[in-house]
Design a protein around this ligand. Structure first.
Ligand SMILES: C[S@@+](CC[C@H](N)C(=O)[O-])C[C@H]1O[C@@H](n2cnc3c(N)ncnc32)[C@H](O)[C@@H]1O
Ligand SMILES: Nc1nc2[nH]cc(C(=O)O)c2c(=O)[nH]1
Ligand code: SF4
Ligand SMILES: [Mg+2]
Length: 234
């Protein structure tokens, strides 16, 4: 069965969350059930870009990952769009047979049995600034499907409403390590990102969390945005 793939790129470094700095290859799935107002990957979300997506068999996907890495095993990052729309079970099985490991980023709106085959599941529920609503029973189903797999939560923060959302999510899921990253409002790939405004937003987030005595979350920038701005394929 073929999958809709927007892009496969790397090796690069994982720029966000628990695996930040680790060499990885990205498999970016095409299509999403959400439309976050600030999505930085619209080319993998919006139907207007679907003609640039490729229908690929699992064998071809893993062949491309192996070509990009020269066959060296690493942790592959499956992102999107929402990769949970599709069945990545065969891709993961084939990759693991060749020594690769898999991490996946999803908003937690659709649960999949193949979550149990990952080394890491990153659940990224969407705060109010996104304009999306979280169905917590679907989120719970994702956690259930990933039982036995390391799972973390990563939340994008633009404002105080988002911080309240993150506090509630943290209280609801105390066992999940929580990563917070500042939201990037400058997502046009044709425009540069200001390094000063990135560090201003990071400083604000540190002051509003650790600075006010909330010591549970880990605060990280989007490292790839610091390095490459909004460039695609990095
Ligand atoms: C593009 S999404 C794809 C995977 C999945 N749909 C999701 O949202 O988790 C990957 C990560 O990028 C984050 N992200 C998207 N747009 C962003 C922005 N403008 N600033 C900061 N993080 C952003 C998402 O919240 C998510 O954690
Ligand atoms: N280097 C790099 N790190 C990332 N971490 C999460 C990404 C994503 O778009 O899912 C991403 C991405 O697109 N590039
Ligand atoms: S859920 Fe992820 S890919 Fe989908 S619109 Fe939101 S940030 Fe973009
Ligand atoms: Mg991204």
């Amino acid at each position: 069965m073929s999958l809709r793939i927007a892009e496969i790129f790397g090796p690069t470094i994982q720029g966000e969350g628990a695996l930040i700095g680790q060499p990885t290859v990205f498999i970016r799935a095409g299509g999403c059930d959400y439309r976050c107002s600030w999505c930085d990957s619209l080319h993998a979300v919006d139907n207007q870009y679907r003609h640039d997506w490729h229908a690929m068999e699992p064998e071809a996907i893993i062949a491309e990952v192996m070509r990009l890495t020269g066959g060296q095993p690493l942790t592959v990052s499956i992102s999107g769009g929402n990769p949970a729309i599709q069945d990545f079970g065969s891709v993961i099985a084939l990759g693991k047979a060749n020594g690769y490991r898999f991490a996946c980023e999803t908003q937690g709106s659709i649960a999949r049995p193949w979550f149990a085959d990952l080394s890491l599941l990153v659940l990224s529920p969407k705060p109010p600034s996104s304009g999306q609503n979280t169905d917590w029973s679907a989120f719970d189903a994702c956690l259930e499907a990933a039982k036995g797999t390391d799972t973390v939560m990563k939340i994008v923060i633009f404002d105080h409403h988002d911080l309240n959302f993150a506090r509630n999510a943290a209280a609801r899921y105390p066992a999940l390590t929580l990563y917070l990253q500042p939201g990037n409002p400058e997502t046009d790939p044709s425009l540069p990102v200001s390094a000063q405004s990135l560090s201003d937003r990071l400083l604000w987030l540190v002051e509003e969390t650790v600075g006010k005595g909330w010591l549970a979350p880990r605060i990280l920038p989007q490292l790839h945005v610091l390095i490459w701005g909004n460039k695609r394929g990095v």
